[in-house]
Write a protein that binds this ligand. Structure first.
Ligand SMILES: Cc1ncc(COP(=O)(O)O)c(C=O)c1O
Length: 382
């Protein structure tokens, strides 16, 4: 579980190759841990068989059954394997949902700041973004329900991110119920990206939006993957749960090949993760909880001008640096002065200006080095 910086720098993934070698990357949402042993073993066995032909039909692989059994067990969410389909990427599937379930010019509600591809997907498909900023509450970012309700009048789709990237909010049942009422009142289709669902950091259990009731399920497509929690994004396998036959039928107007293929290694890895990855995930969550506490303590002690709510889920910390008055975007400052690459706030929509996202899905040593470098850069400035 504890690769060193030198070992990590040998990786070929985007996280470790975009910046110069003296920069510590804490930007893209990949973690730095070793693979879960069952995932590694399943991949090794497949390679040992030289078994990289076209993947078997996932219906035969039992992947949907496995996903549904786990959803029932982990989230008390009862879904049928026949409503589950597998794709390549969650983001790609967001585009496909927008293209098949809405019309050009339709309004799409998005809670900002937001994972940047949400904004790109709406823009690039010619839909109309209706941005509803989360607001700073006493202890967490909150939904401005009245503002969202007002914006929903011009909307066709709610593009939900739950848990929310970048704030790490895991919406409560009450908050989700408020969103559900809005969706019902305004007859919205809900695309619910729940890719971070397995990364809940508190005792609370993830509540799938579609699990709120049959009338909500019927208007919701839930998108998820094993990729965030098990750190296998490069294997490209995503999962969609269609809450009604009519949504599925509209989606199916898209020719099958436009959806792309499913990676054989991705299917193998997801099956192993979902079947046997539980103990590894628990160990990983314990590290993430400790790292979350390290980050929060560091901000409280060293950075009085930076605002931060510890996330309830994900391994991403959102730092509002506006009060630092850096005179430039903080990601630029920290890249140049600290040699740390952070998520670039403005790419998360207008409320992201002056903010950065730090990825703490790394070893405690590397996280401490990231925080120390950032503190030293700020100290040199004053
Ligand atoms: C909310 C959210 N959705 C989707 C993705 C990416 O999913 P995929 O690689 O399957 O497109 C990420 C990656 O960080 C994410 O945070």
């Amino acid at each position: 579980m504890k690769p060193s910086l030198d070992e990590l720098r040998r990786k070929t993934s985007a996280k470790w190759t975009v910046y110069d070698p003296d920069v510590i990357p804490a930007w893209v949402a990949d973690m730095d841990f070793e693979l879960a042993p069952p995932v590694r073993a399943a991949l090794d066995a497949q390679l040992a068989r030289h078994d990289l032909g076209y993947p078997q039909m996932y219906e035969r692989a039992g992947l949907a059954e496995l996903f549904c059994a786990r959803a029932a067990d982990r989230y008390a969410w009862q879904i049928a394997p026949g409503d589950v389909e597998f794709f390549s990427d969650v983001v790609q599937t967001i585009y496909l949902c927008l293209m098949t379930l809405s019309e050009p010019g339709d309004g799409v509600l998005i809670q900002t700041p937001i994972y940047p591809p949400f904004l790109h997907a709406v823009d690039e498909t010619g839909r109309r973004p209706l941005l509803c900023p989360l607001v700073r509450g006493a202890a967490r970012y909150e939904i401005d329900v009245a503002a969202l309700d007002a914006a929903a009048r011009g909307a066709r789709v709610l593009l939900l991110c739950h848990p929310h990237n970048p704030t790490g909010r895991a919406y409560t049942r009450d908050e989700l119920t408020a969103l559900a009422e809005i969706a019902l009142r305004h007859d919205l289709i809900v695309i619910s990206d729940e890719i971070h669902a397995d990364l809940m950091l508190d005792e609370r259990r993830h509540v799938p939006f579609a699990s709120l009731g049959p009338d909500i399920a019927a208007r919701t497509i839930t998108l998820t993957a094993a990729s965030k929690a098990f750190n296998i994004a490069g294997l490209c396998l995503a999962c969609a749960v269609f809450g009604s036959a009519s949504l599925r039928a509209r989606f199916a107007t898209l020719p099958g090949h436009v959806r792309g293929g499913r990676s054989t290694l991705g299917m193998t890895a997801a099956a192993a993760a979902w079947r046997d990855g539980g103990p590894w995930l628990e160990d990983t969550l314990a590290i993430l909880r400790a790292n979350r506490a390290t980050l929060a303590a560091h901000v409280a002690r060293d950075w009085p001008a930076i605002h931060h709510f510890p996330p309830e889920a994900t391994y991403l910390g959102w730092l509002d640096c506006r009060a630092l008055d850096l005179g430039e975007e903080p990601h630029r400052f920290f890249l140049r002065e600290a040699r740390v690459a952070l998520g670039e706030g403005p790419s998360f929509g207008p409320p992201g200006a002056g903010c950065v996202r730090v990825n703490f899905g790394t070893t405690p040593d590397i996280l401490n080095e990231v925080l120390a470098r950032m503190s030293e850069a700020l100290a040199r400035r004053s």
